[in-house]
Design a protein around this ligand. Sequence first.
Ligand code: ASP
Ligand code: MG
Length: 466
Amino acid sequence: MSTLVMKFGGTSVGMTTGLTQVLSIVLHEAERWDQLLLVVSALEGVTDALIEASHLAQLSNRRGYRRIAATLRTRHLALIEQLPLGPTERVSLQADVDRLLFDMLDLCQSLADRHGEKPNPEVIDSIIGTGERLSSRIVAALLRQNGLRGVAIDATDLIVTDNVYSNATPNLELTRERINELLAPMLERKIIPVITGFIASTVTGKPTTLGRGGSDYTASVLAVCTDAAEVWIWADVDGIMTSDPREVSDTQVIPLMSYDEAAELASFGARILHARMIGPLKRRRVPLRIRNVFKPQAAGTLVTAQPDNAAPSLKAVTSTRGLGLTAPHGGPIHQLAALVDETLFGVSGTHAGVTIAGQSSSHSFVCFVISTSAGSDALHNLQVALEERLPALPENDWTMMPVAVITVIGTRLDSLHSLTPGVLNALDGIRVLALAPGRSSLTLVVEPQRGEHTLRLLHQLILNSG
Ligand code: ASP
Ligand code: MG
């Protein structure tokens, strides 16, 4: 029995051109696999709008969140209007859009009514997960219209998580049980489930979400829990690139990567993959492909286990932000680390990702890398919250500064390998605040204003080394 899980991102499902591609890909793969599972993100930008609506609701700005709901309604209805659908599918989809946005408004209303009180985090997760509920219904209708047995499924019924709202982690055993019970019978009947990415629920059924970009994680969890042969992430770029094409020119596709390399790339800022999606795939050895929905004939990137004899090579460079702290002394940093972690968790629901530290007797430098799944305002919110809390530490002479965290990813980069001097030489005298080797990476912390330049220099090194 061969099972394939395919996830389609926000640009693929957000426009008719993308949806036409989605349809032709699904029609093609439906012939080649025994079972297909689809995972969809919200239409591009919709989750941002929903997060904004939940903020406005908490501020009791009724006009603000209603305006957002109205814009979302217009956008989804316009997309439905443009799709080649029969009248029955179209009318029932329009009704779905109205009902889902009505529910979302109801939840916003409940937040607005309780203005000033601490909001229920599951209400917020329910609001921000509306986008996937909308998009999954559109994709399922499109499949049905084209002779496939597409059924929209809310992952709140399938994926069981802990109660870390806005950044929850699935429990694979419980999820597998639900899947066996609810999804397996559908798959046997050749139904193609179109499952909402990003959203899930706790054991007691309270809505949760898996962190920004979490639809990838949904696909990985579903692949592992259905013993799928492969998982494919369909994006609007050619695969995993040597660097972020939005920041660096001349980027190239990386044809082959190991799980560790992909995980390091994602946890050091590459937005193409959700950082926590790789772990489950690596443990079960499920191959992952990242492909361009607009170029389905191209192979994209294959992420798989690394062969033992893999040759040393530099593959990619990422950039992300972190919070740096310095103090004019050495000594233990566990209280500082605990305070930062707790504060970050309070403002974003995420724990500090990687911590990079370096000390001498007269100087300490600690850098906390902020995961992209924490959202774009996490660093700022962390800084503001720490401003108040840092003075309470026994050693209260820490100075804060944002830093740029630049990570070179590659094979055999571990333990300051012989590739390291080349990386440092390429830096052209840029001051390095800290240096940390990983299993398949080398991370450099630099001043924020030097981040872009460092990224470009190291990208050039990678292209030259290839
Ligand atoms: N729609 C969610 C987000 O924007 C999840 C995803 O796209 O993967 O973060
Ligand atoms: Mg994504």
